[in-house]
Design a protein around this ligand. Structure first.
Ligand SMILES: Cc1cc2nc3c(=O)[nH]c(=O)nc-3n(C[C@H](O)[C@H](O)[C@H](O)COP(=O)(O)OP(=O)(O)OC[C@H]3O[C@@H](n4cnc5c(N)ncnc54)[C@H](O)[C@@H]3O)c2cc1C
Length: 440
């Protein structure tokens, strides 16, 4: 596979292959732009996805293209950077080759930034039937699914049938679960009430399930309690200390043996690093991440680095690794760029240290929680801070303008505008009209 632009081909610079153009990979590419390296970015998608706003695409607040940015737009002005769309299938660390579905790619330095995938903890049945939120295509599936459910509920023969279509179960009380549950509650209050007037809006139920005794487990106690208070105030049914053990597309089963009918279960209960065949010696199976040293270098391999969600670095205060969030991925990437440049200049690498910039989650209009060290903020100020940080973190001015315009319209009109079923979601287990009507 041709690796760099023609004008860089003869130059004696090291070939740096970056797998994954998420927060970490893109930051590496930007940092090495114009430096004496030949950089090749590989990604199975042709765009960067801003995952923190996926739930707004899923709930029809933002269009998909407002949170995605094409890699080619990013790398076009970068003379020493090229992009190839392909799926990486493995790495040969001895031959220094990356295996992809489109051929082999040699490297001098390899940077793995493959991020994470939804973790179903081995429960294949749930994995087959549940919805998940890690990519734009999945967000669009969720959008179609809830709109299709609203439409289908109108055809149900009785109240029980309607309730089944309108019973949404979100599993996982982390930021994604909290944000999804809050957004669904707002849809019930606005869209369902105004535009599906034949349906009683209180027949729509939103459950938020977590196996812990509180929501937002990584946040402070007061923020976690505030998020629960907000959600319950919006009519979300929060069920703690409960574990979902099975789901067949129709019935949710809990560890207590309790069962609940639901047409839609969204699984947001965990993630696991995307590992590549060939680098098993650095895997930490329990964590599903690669063990790296303080330079982000994989233990047991030379010139191979891992960043972001897929990297497990032990640092004082972060004995179980850094949180799998965008700031950790970005900071590690920026530091690695500095280290690679130090190394190229013959200087030793310096150990990375994570700067925790706090945590934030939004629950709905004017409702958010922010932890900044010992300071906790909630309400309007936190909500505005959440919007500002997310807006400024988006890649590309066009995306920022689009998101700003989308939010302005949504918050002024009280409408989730993009309620389009463009590509219908085809579920595996379909509830027949008869089932919807007669069973609960
Ligand atoms: C719904 C959701 C909400 C979130 N909200 C927040 C938030 O509010 N704040 C926050 O800080 N963090 C949030 N996160 C977490 C944050 O998005 C991740 O921590 C961050 O994306 C990790 O960056 P990364 O570069 O390691 O991986 P990613 O950004 O996931 O990028 C990985 C890239 O690798 C590519 N890739 C993977 N496997 C292959 C392969 N085999 N071949 C080729 N390419 C491959 C993918 O296509 C992708 O582009 C959220 C995540 C989700 C899913």
């Amino acid at each position: 596979m041709s690796q760099v632009r023609r004008r860089y081909e003869g130059l004696p610079y090291p070939k740096v292959v970056v797998i994954g153009g998420g927060f970490a990979g893109l930051e590496v590419v930007k940092g090495l732009n114009g430096r004496p390296f030949k950089v090749l970015l590989l990604d199975k998608q042709n765009h960067h996805c801003f995952q923190p706003l996926l739930y707004q695409v899923a709930t029809a607040s933002l269009s998909a293209d407002s949170i995605a940015h094409p890699f080619r737009t990013t790398v076009a002005p970068m003379d020493n950077v090229a992009f190839r769309m392909c799926t990486v299938q493995g790495v040969d660390p001895v031959a220094r080759i990356v295996h992809t579905d489109r051929g082999e790619v040699p490297f001098d330095i390899l940077i793995i930034a493959t991020g994470s995938a939804t973790n179903f903890f081995g429960n294949v049945a749930i994995e087959q039937e549940a919805m998940q939120l890690k990519a734009i295509s999945q967000a669009l599936d969720i959008r179609s699914d809830f709109l299709q459910d609203f439409e289908a509920a109108l055809y149900a023969q009785n109240e029980e049938g309607q309730r089944r279509y309108l019973n949404f179960v979100v599993v996982g009380g982390g930021p994604t679960g909290v944000e999804m549950a809050g957004a669904l509650a707002e849809i019930r209050r606005t869209i369902l009430k105004r535009e599906y007037r034949e349906l009683e809006s209180d027949r729509m139920q939103i459950w938020l399930i977590d196996s812990n005794d509180r929501l937002l487990g990584n946040f402070s106690g007061p923020s976690s309690a505030k998020a629960k208070e907000y959600l319950e105030g919006m009519g979300v049914l929060v069920k703690l200390n409960a574990r979902v053990t099975a789901y067949d597309g129709k019935m949710v089963t809990f560890d207590s043996g309790e069962r609940m009918a639901s047409h839609t279960l969204l699984w947001a209960a965990g993630v696991k690093g995307v590992l590549l065949p060939g680098l098993e010696a650095a895997e930490v199976p329990k964590a599903n991440r690669y063990e790296v040293d303080r330079n982000n270098a994989l233990v047991a391999y030379k010139d191979i680095y891992a960043l972001g969600d897929v990297a497990l670095m032990h640092e004082e205060g972060w004995e179980r690794g850094h949180p799998q969030v965008a700031p950790a991925a970005i900071q590690q990437a920026q530091w690695l760029v500095r280290n690679l440049r130090r190394r190229a200049a013959g200087a030793p690498m310096q150990p990375f240290a994570y700067k925790d910039k706090g945590s934030m989650a939004t629950i709905g209009r004017y409702k958010a929680v922010v932890d900044l060290g010992r300071i906790q903020v909630s309400g309007l100020v936190a909500w505005l801070a959440w919007m500002f940080v997310h807006l400024m973190s988006l890649v590309g001015y066009r995306n920022r303008i689009q998101v700003l315009a989308g939010w302005a319209w949504k918050y002024m009109s009280w409408k989730n505008t993009i309620r389009l079923i463009i590509r219908p979601y085809v579920r595996k287990a379909t509830i027949t009209e008869q089932e919807a009507a007669v069973r609960i």
